[in-house]
Design a binder for this molecule. Structure first.
Ligand code: GUN
Ligand code: FE
Length: 447
């Protein structure tokens, strides 16, 4: 076992922050793994280290005699961040300007993704991508690959070696897609099932059935995806919905009888728990209620929505209808791997008050959306995204003195919300001093 003394941030079951200004985090093998009795989550991966205790230093210091304590004065320990929606093959598409989503896909994204038919190329990008996630403090991600099955193998094989928690899927797109990325209906479904069997539940890895979006998938492909989703209920589903007005008009032409864009996914059995839909901007209350009723969740992607000019996620309406959500980078429509940048952009989106109600999201609520709230969205509460006892020990050590302005501003923070907001507004990868992975290959095995 090993312990860390610093300021410590966790969340309670209601999503409220729990803060110990002088805290202790004790990390070690899962009690179940050592043969001792203890609760063990069904979905906690075996062989990973978990949080054994978390709380005030003064309460815990005598309970773990002999455990080495690393003292981190002036630092904040917080849960590793969760990115609910990202495209690893779009790492090099960041910053491609376009007149909105559809030209961006056609002119930059599809041509670039066609390069992932080359497994060596995919591996090289995957290595860089995983390094960026880790450097920025992201310890769990739900990511698109491309339509090439080998692009999933490249990513998940490398993630396994690092001990990251990665969920990924081969993109399904058998129509309205150019040569090089378009797949074949029947083969795409066979490939998806083979990948589920190869990767889902291997250590910390998971699989997500990945219809790109309704316009790019034939009815037969959507039907097949829905059948797989029913047959493998703990496999994730990821897609896009209601991002852009031209996209929505296109879906209306393709499905004139559907009540809404979201209803198309419902018709094919693609709304359920563990289904994560990026964007969910141009929704009405019936759509939000359908998300709530089915257990599907929104991956709010604010830097992408601002960059592509897609629109503004309506937080107040989501809360009114009980629709759940968490935060995502959506790289490469999104512009940054940094959870701080994403949280700040979410704050801007919340403030926007001309197309919807504007509100001021609390810093701790922004943080929750990228940690414990995102874990809840994935059906992984109590497993990742938090530092309560039993959680897998993914955490970041943050340095509020990392830059002159951040040091100056954070020193004047009078409470937790002000401290978190100084990091959200002024922080970036320079504030991430260390990233600890519960499954960490190559980390001290005695820890
Ligand atoms: N809709 C369909 N494909 C994509 C994609 O790659 N990025 C975004 N932002 N929206 C999409
Ligand atoms: Fe996306």
């Amino acid at each position: 076992m090993r312990a860390y003394r610093a300021a410590l941030l966790r969340f309670d079951d209601e999503g409220r922050p729990v803060y110990d200004p002088d805290g202790l985090l004790v990390v070690g093998p899962s009690p179940g793994a050592s043969g001792a009795p203890g609760p063990r989550s069904a979905t906690t991966a075996s062989g990973v280290r978990v949080v054994r205790a978390a709380g005030a230093w003064s309460d815990l210091k005598d309970r773990f005699p002999g455990v080495v304590v690393e003292h981190l004065p002036g630092r904040l320990i917080a849960p590793g961040f969760i990115d609910l929606h990202v495209h690893y093959p779009q790492t090099d598409v960041i910053g491609s300007p376009a007149e909105g989503l559809l030209p961006w896909l056609e002119n930059y994204t599809f041509p670039h993704e066609s390069r992932f038919s080359d497994a060596a190329y995919a591996g090289q990008v995957a290595t860089f991508f995983l390094g960026e996630l880790q450097r920025h403090g992201v310890t769990t991600a739900l990511t698109f690959a491309t339509s090439h099955p080998a692009s999933v193998d490249a990513l998940l094989g490398l993630a396994q070696g690092r001990g990251l928690r990665l969920i990924a899927g081969k993109v399904l797109q058998d129509r309205h897609s150019p040569d090089g990325v378009r797949d074949e209906t029947e083969q795409s479904l066979l490939d998806t099932e083979a990948l589920i069997q190869r990767w889902h539940g291997q250590g910390r890895l998971g699989y997500a059935i990945t219809p790109r979006f309704a316009p790019s998938c034939s009815d037969a492909q959507m039907q097949g995806a829905g059948e797989l989703a029913a047959r493998y209920p703990d496999v994730w589903i990821q897609s896009h919905v209601a991002e852009n007005r031209d996209e929505i008009a296109w879906v209306r032409e393709l499905y004139p009888d559907a009540r809404s864009y979201l209803a198309v996914y419902e018709k094919f059995g693609l709304l359920r728990e563990r289904a994560i839909y990026a964007h969910c901007i141009h929704f009405d209350d019936a759509d939000r209620a359908l998300m709530q009723a089915t257990g599907a969740v929104a991956a709010v992607s604010p830097t992408s929505n601002l960059f592509l000019g897609s629109g503004f996620f309506d937080y107040a309406a989501a809360d009114r209808q009980g629709m759940r959500y968490g935060l995502a980078s959506d790289v490469g429509g999104g512009t940054s791997f940094s959870p701080f940048h994403t949280m700040l952009a979410a704050y801007y989106v919340g403030r926007e008050g001309h197309t919807k109600a504007g509100l001021s999201l609390a810093p701790s609520h922004l943080w929750w959306q990228h940690t414990a709230g995102a874990a809840q969205a994935l059906g992984l509460s109590g497993v990742v995204g938090n530092l309560q006892p039993g959680c897998e020990a993914d955490f970041v050590v943050l340095n509020p003195q990392a830059t002159p302005l951040l040091a100056r501003r954070s020193a004047q923070a009078g409470n937790l919300e002000e401290l978190l907001f100084s990091l959200i507004v002024l922080g970036d990868d320079r504030a991430v001093q260390a990233v600890h992975l519960a499954g960490g290959a190559g980390l001290d095995p005695a820890a």
